[in-house]
Write a protein that binds this ligand. Structure first.
Ligand code: APR
Length: 245
């Protein structure tokens, strides 16, 4: 529980500095500082469309034009998006052996583009594509021009749609990492979507939450930093760099 008046950035930096195994969980808020809209905050996707009505197998099979439009727009947007300083800091922490694994809900691959290698994509990705009927891999360009698979099936991103199971290996690897962690850092998620929203609490680790807004779950964390992912990671990293820290 956070004591009043403590400086959360300092407390987070101490926990991260002393962590034997630090594991990170990220959501859409981690990508907002790169210009990617999140879902549920005021500027998110949900202001214009409810992803639960579009990011579904039902939409893919019965309202393909709407399904295709939702993903085509997000895929095109990613062409102008690059990782921010926070992504590069996390890759540094992995290089230094400080950060063991990233378990992300994000589908934009910005963690990997920022240099992180141990990344579990719990909700898949919109960077690669397949035929929904036969599973054959296809290129982004084919999806964007609404090509059909030679088998006749429709093309889709390799994203986990609502109602679909999470990739078993990514989930198992994330669960194991979380259980073995002594510090879990959660960044930029409303923690509204199961089962990822259970992950931070399936461990005895100390928990740090960095988020732009309160979500009502702050009291379940040892430290809550109310702030932007990029700025908060820069501030924490600066304290880790200080000699004698
Ligand atoms: N820095 C830190 N946090 C931020 C920032 C930022 N720059 N910008 C927004 N946030 C916070 C918002 O306040 C919000 O609480 O990030 C959180 C993002 O929450 P959501 O939009 O719900 O995104 P996420 O939690 O990743 O959604 C989970 O829902 O629609 C599905 O599959 C989709 O993976 C997604 C899942």
């Amino acid at each position: 529980m956070q004591r009043d008046g403590d400086r959360p950035i300092e407390r987070a930096a101490v926990l991260i500095r002393d962590a034997r195994k630090l594991v990170l969980i990220t959501g859409a808020g981690m990508s907002v500082d790169s210009g990617v809209k999140d879902f549920r905050s005021r500027s998110g996707w949900w202001r214009s469309i409810d992803p639960r009505t579009v990011a579904t197998v039902e939409a893919l099979e019965h309202r393909y034009d709407l399904f295709h439009e939702f993903y085509a727009e997000r895929i095109r947007q990613l062409r102008t998006v690059v990782p921010h300083a926070g992504h590069f800091i996390l890759a540094e922490w992995e290089q230094q052996g400080k950060l063991a694994r990233i378990c992300t809900q994000n589908v934009d691959r910005l963690h990997q583009l920022g240099g992180s290698r141990n990344v579990e994509e719990l909700h898949g990705t919109i960077r690669t594509f397949r035929c929904h009927a036969c599973g054959a891999p296809h290129e982004e360009e084919a999806f964007l021009r609404k090509a059909a698979c030679p088998c006749g099936g429709r093309l889709r991103p390799n994203v986990v749609l609502f109602g679909e199971p999470l990739p078993a290996e990514a989930w198992e690897t994330s669960l194991e990492a979380i259980r073995e962690a002594d510090v879990v850092l959660v960044i930029g998620t409303s923690l509204e979507v199961a089962p990822v929203n259970r992950l931070p609490f399936l461990t005895k680790a100390q928990r740090i939450f960095i988020n732009a807004e309160e979500t009502g779950l702050e009291d379940r964390f040892d430290v809550f930093v109310k702030g932007r992912a990029r700025d908060s990671l820069i501030a924490i990293d600066q304290r880790l760099q200080r000699p004698g820290n």
